[in-house]
Design a protein around this ligand. Structure first.
Ligand code: COA
Length: 375
């Protein structure tokens, strides 16, 4: 009797040294460090380096990493022209996917797959993709792109390129926390997709493009956008109960709740929720959004025993930061590119082609009717 693991639920596919979800303690570690501590004490650049290199950087290594990132932020003219030709009605994730394809096609050595060459490619994408996302959001608002500022750190520079000014330090800090929390999460769907592509010995760009496609879906990264659309539809905290009861009666999925791995709460939520509350304290829409947030979370726990996942606080946080809803999932990419790249490198370093089996459930073998042959 074949056992079928639909959705690979509960299947351990390979080893990884990059991150670990400990369900007993409900914690997430990157290279052994609890993500809560990283979010409190480290910059996003330090965490990105940790994920890519396996250790936190010393002062010199951090300096070199930051300098390399800052030096690669500018988009080549051809890429900007290509983005401008894409319809404004396409999703920004499609723009991002196209941008990676464009950058990959210019890399005439993309088939050279040494670890150092892949690390350099990953760093180049890490530096350039924020410029793509910010310029695309401005293009949709009818505004010219703002060139990157090499004097600013990763988070400040991205927000500056989006809005033409750097927001208040608390806003930048909340955004940086979200980047740290989104950076890496084991064999999630997009990371696994990147590993599958890498396992065929395809190139890093192809793996990243495939991962962007997987992340776009609302059951994965697209949930942060869906959360905000849901909150906009609910509109007011007083309407949460009626809205939720009707949605659950219609068997709708409530976006931002549930998780394949965490069944007793997502370890990243408390720290993102703290950042959300800080943003809300200073924002005109803060009380309304945190009111909807709290009532949804309470009701879901009481009636469905389901906890929020990271996308639940990230959605309203990004809205208060001033990002447009379709930009939310691309922002997830700006951070998760570090986790994807680390997994691509890990898969390459001990490769085994990922090729599972399926249980056939179609009709039994049969003959093609003679009358149809060579017709
Ligand atoms: N809203 C309503 N019901 C939900 C739910 C949600 N967000 N998440 C899970 N459930 C229900 C399922 O319908 C199922 O009920 P059933 O047993 O009566 O059929 C039960 O809880 C178990 O869910 P299941 O689909 O088996 O969990 P999963 O591990 O396959 O799915 C998710 C995990 C994340 C895909 C799922 O929880 C979901 O779709 N969440 C909403 C999208 C989201 O926020 N994605 C971001 C993930 S980080």
């Amino acid at each position: 009797m074949t056992t079928i693991h639909r959705g690979l639920d509960g299947v351990v596919v390979d080893r990884t040294a990059i991150s670990h979800v400990n369900l007993d303690t409900n914690s997430l570690t990157y290279q052994g460090y609890p993500v809560q501590e990283l979010a409190r004490h480290c910059s996003f650049e330090q965490v990105a380096y940790l994920i890519l290199h396996g250790e936190l950087p010393d002062a010199d290594a951090l300096q070199a990493f930051k300098a390399a990132e800052r030096a690669s932020r500018k988009l080549p003219r051809g890429l900007w022209d290509a983005i401008n030709r894409l319809p404004l009605s396409c999703h920004p994730m499609d723009v991002l996917r196209t941008a990676v394809s464009h950058i990959g096609a210019q890399d005439l050595n993309s088939d050279v797959e040494t670890a150092s060459a892949d690390l350099a490619r990953a760093l180049d994408l890490f530096a350039k993709l924020p410029s793509v996302v910010a310029a695309d959001q401005r293009r949709r608002r009818g505004l010219d792109p703002v060139p990157p500022d090499p004097g600013m750190n990763f988070a400040e520079n991205f927000l500056y390129m989006c809005f033409g000014e750097v927001p208040e330090p608390e806003v930048v800090a909340a955004f940086e926390v979200s980047l740290i929390l989104y950076a890496e999460h084991g064999f999630n769907a997009s990371t696994f997709t990147a590993r599958v592509v890498t396992s065929t010995k395809s190139d890093l760009y192809s793996a990243v493009i495939a991962a962007i496609g997987a992340l776009k879906g609302p059951l994965h990264g697209g949930a942060n956008e869906a959360v905000m659309r849901m909150m906009d539809e609910i509109a007011d905290p007083s309407k949460v109960s009626a809205w939720l009861e009707s949605a659950l009666r219609d068997k709708k999925l409530i976006m931002g709740f549930g998780h394949r791995v965490y069944k007793n709460g997502d370890s990243r939520v408390p720290i993102m929720q703290e950042a959300l509350w800080k943003l809300a304290a200073k924002h005109a829409d803060g009380a309304r959004l945190t009111g909807i947030y709290t009532r949804l979370a309470d009701h879901m726990l009481r009636t469905k025993n389901l906890y929020p996942n990271l996308d639940f606080p990230a959605g309203p946080a990004y809205s208060m930061i001033g990002l447009d809803i379709p930009t939310f999932t691309p922002v997830f990419v700006l951070s998760r590119i570090t986790g994807w790249a680390a997994h691509i490198l890990e898969q390459s370093s001990a490769n085994a082609l990922i090729r599972p089996l399926s249980h056939y459930s179609g009709v039994a073998e049969r003959e093609v009717p003679r009358v149809l042959q060579r017709n």
